[in-house]
Design a protein around this ligand. Structure first.
Ligand SMILES: Nc1ncnc2c1ncn2[C@@H]1O[C@H](COP(=O)(O)OP(=O)(O)O)[C@@H](O)[C@H]1O
Ligand SMILES: [Mg+2]
Length: 454
């Protein structure tokens, strides 16, 4: 017997007992009257409680379950328990849902859900950006009404989703490339995943350009070389001409050799995932080497000066740094007309070791400066070629510096000269005791005139 029956029985039994008492004391009429009045009172009380319950069920609000004594107290207590349990469950589901949404929002990819009529059910912020949609405004809209690009409509309606669709210049971003992949799920629903592959596409375009550039750079000397070879083979040439042709062929093959060497140096730098070590570079030997090379290249046509603070020490790869600094020095010599001045400087700036090469040469117009470190980028193609340049020197410099976490800063004025500065990070700038730096015999460095890192 449950609590309701037990309590109801208790109430009725006490009523019957009380009525029986009255019956023996005062006769049947008062007993019947007590019975009727009590039952009517009980009925009124029950109706009142049913009304309260009705109102609660009509507009349930957590924490507003009424309380009462006795039987109705039991009913309300159970109702309260039920509401509490459901509320906990709803909160748990809500939390899960929020976490799920947060996880999808954290994804770098766009996620968009379509119902069986291709209407937007939900999308994350990234998908909003990629498609230029608004999750609030556009929900329940047919996607093809919002994204009207024919290629997208075709992709959606064709119902073959093996490969992603590439869409260019989407949303607010011009020159962007978005890969769109549709994944059917559930009962005729679709999940649309979008990924920004602009960088990937740009890298691919750069790779294609690079291959085209390399081929072009090698083709020119090769064509010249082939021409001379055919001439020497097919035509009767004098001994003097033959020697001249051979000299010119040698120049072309040396040019190809420099290009290939620079390409190999770049490839080596790129493929080396290990950062350069933290070994101390023997700066006096490095400087001596740079000056020696600059003088050899200049052949006394320039005034070459050094301003080296002997307390500056560097940590890093000696061969890579020699290659990078050497490239800057050789550029200064090659792009400065005879009579100009070249200054090689090593100093402190705010605790950073700074290497600088200043020249009084041709200078570079501002619009070229940001592009100088691109492979094969030259301001003046013929001057670069005539002085033995490959257009890869500053690309090598950039790589070496990024491996050393150093910065390249270029200031230049056309007709007045340029300054190329390398700012080394604090952990690679070392303050040396001056005597140690000044004394000591120059460490033998590989005196390779091409100054390649390879
Ligand atoms: N000191 C400089 N003065 C003027 N122009 C320079 C200087 N250094 C570099 N440049 C310009 O930057 C271009 C790229 O340099 P780099 O990558 O070393 O190739 P290159 O083999 O042509 O020297 C050069 O072709 C030149 O136009
Ligand atoms: Mg160069």
């Amino acid at each position: 017997m449950n609590v309701i029956w037990a309590r109801s029985a208790a109430i009725l039994i006490s009523l019957v007992v009380a009525s029986a008492g009255i019956y023996f004391l005062a006769g049947p009429v008062p007993a019947l009257a007590l019975m009727c009045v009590s039952l009517l009172g009980l009925l009124a009380y029950y109706l009142y409680q049913i009304d309260r319950l009705w109102k609660v069920l009509d507009a349930p609000a957590y924490g507003e379950i009424p309380s009462a004594l006795g039987l109705w107290g039991e009913v309300y207590y159970r109702l309260h328990r039920l509401v509490k349990r459901w509320r906990t469950q709803v909160l748990q589901v809500e939390q899960q849902h929020t976490r799920f949404i947060q996880a999808i929002q954290a994804s770098p990819n766009g996620v968009l859900m379509l119902d069986d009529a291709d209407q937007i059910e939900w999308c994350n912020d990234v998908a909003e950006q990629h498609f230029g949609l608004s999750a609030r405004r556009d929900v329940r809209q047919r996607i093809t009404h919002l994204i009207r690009r024919p290629e997208f409509v075709h992709y959606l309606t064709r119902q073959r989703f093996d490969d992603p669709l590439l869409m260019r210049d989407m949303g607010e971003h011009k020159h962007s490339v978005i890969a769109v992949q549709i994944l059917p799920y559930g009962d005729n629903r679709k999940l649309v995943i979008t990924q920004d592959i602009t960088k990937l596409e740009n890298t691919e375009a750069m790779r294609r350009d690079f291959v085209a550039n390399v081929s072009h750079e090698l083709k020119t000397p090769l064509t010249v070389l082939t021409g001379f070879l055919e001439t020497v083979r097919d035509l009767p040439v004098s001994e003097e001409d033959r020697k001249r042709y051979l000299d010119m062929m040698l120049v072309q093959s040396m040019r190809m050799q420099s290009i290939v060497e620079d390409l190999l140096a770049l490839a080596k730098l790129e493929s080396d995932a290990q950062p350069p070590g933290q070994e101390l570079v023997y700066v006096p030997a490095l400087m001596a080497h740079l000056v020696h090379d600059a003088e050899a290249l200049s052949q006394e046509r320039h005034h070459i000066a050094t301003e080296v603070d002997p307390s500056v020490g560097l940590r890093g790869s000696e061969s890579e740094l020699l290659s990078a600094l050497g490239n800057l020095v050789s550029n200064a010599v090659r792009y400065t007309p005879a009579g100009g001045r070249i200054t090689i400087r090593l100093s402190w700036e705010d605790g950073h070791a700074v290497f600088a090469v200043a020249d009084t040469g041709l200078g570079i117009a501002a619009e070229h400066i940001p592009r100088l470190t691109e492979r094969f980028y030259r301001v003046d193609r013929s001057r670069s070629r005539d002085t033995g340049g490959t257009g890869l020197g500053l690309a090598i410099v950039k790589h070496v510096l990024s491996r050393h976490h150093a910065d390249l800063r270029v200031t230049s004025e056309v007709g007045r000269g340029s300054v190329f500065r390398i700012i080394f990070p604090l952990d690679r700038s070392v303050r040396q005791p001056v005597e140690a730096a000044m004394g000591g015999t120059a460490m033998p460095l590989p005196l390779d005139p091409s100054k390649r890192a390879a």
